[in-house]
Design a protein around this ligand. Sequence first.
Ligand code: C5P
Length: 403
Amino acid sequence: MSTLAGKHLVLGLSGGIAAYKSAELCRALVKAGATVQVVMTQAAEQFMTAVTLQALSGRPVYTSQWDPREANNMAHINLSREADAIVVAPASADFMSKLLHGGADELLSLMCLARPLDSVPLIVAPAMNREMWSNPATQRNVAQLRADGVHVLDVGQGDQACGETGDGRMLEAEEILQELEAFFTPKLLAGKSVLVTAGPTYEAIDPVRGITNLSSGKMGFAIARAAQMAGAQVTLVAGPVHLPTPRGVGRVNVQSAQQMQHAVMQHVERAHVFIATAAVADWRPAQAADQKIKKDGSGQTPQLAFVENPDILATVAQSSRALSGQLFCVGFAAESHDLLAHATAKRQRKGVPLLVGNIGPATFGQDDNALLLVDEKGARELPHASKQALAFDLVADIARRLT
Ligand code: C5P
């Protein structure tokens, strides 16, 4: 379930071509379970119609401080008091300047000024031409708005509607949604650094062939996202998977187990938590051929010799920081049967305080899963749910275990 479920958001649109993305954002917020009250400036109405946003939000849109629908004629007070947050997307350069100076000559800025500072956060998604964005006036305004407690989101980079290319695009609707979900997530891992491995590894036989497995990386990516949303600084060491990087997560792409181990060793010194979800290949070809191994027509098959890969988790779990309790290690076990027995044995073999068991064939590639959390005291089941929901629960569980 999204952290936006049950939240009431005021979605404000100021004037900018990025307003078309706000229609999608509105829809996504409603889908995530939020109620959305749209407020538009006159400039925003040049780009989108109130009818569109009314249809998507399921509520009449407010465009004027003189709206006679409010019995007391104080839309700016009533709307802001009901909100869990006000989200202005797009926030034009002019609108941010107005916010900064406490301008209040139309409903949206008036409402932002009138909001109770300690209970109604203001989140803005800037959108403008790259020169406008990099102008010292705008940068000054952004810095001061942040100092005033406004949550100013980053801007995107790329082609702009004006034909120029650079910084200043409004984030995509999905990115803003992720930012808002993160905003409403309790910061259980604030100040912590979390390292996650995810996906399969790929062990080369020759330049065009290799050995891998069916791990999709979804569980590890969901954990990385949940940890980032919980306020951690997250590094995700990912084997070859085609999944988008969760917002705010630092990603290191690797192929082989040896590369994964190298990346982990580089980052683990700074980590407080290490979560090994990767399905690391147990063996690799002893010697990867430099050139493609050719079929020679004789019917003879190549003779492959294997060597064992390093056990990344077991190695990290034996490090001095792990043994002294500065680094909390979590392992995963994908089993086909007798989950409790295998997970319990694996926890001891790997030397980790927490081992998470799941049924391999039931999880590989799927969007949902069920987990068994095994520690020194026993086992606790996280019943069948989406991998993202399980990741939030697992992160909350790990946070409770940190001293
Ligand atoms: O031994 P097994 O592969 O079943 O152990 C699974 C756990 O160990 C997972 O957490 C996995 O990420 C980790 N592992 C590792 N390096 C290996 C093999 C497994 O980190 N070479």
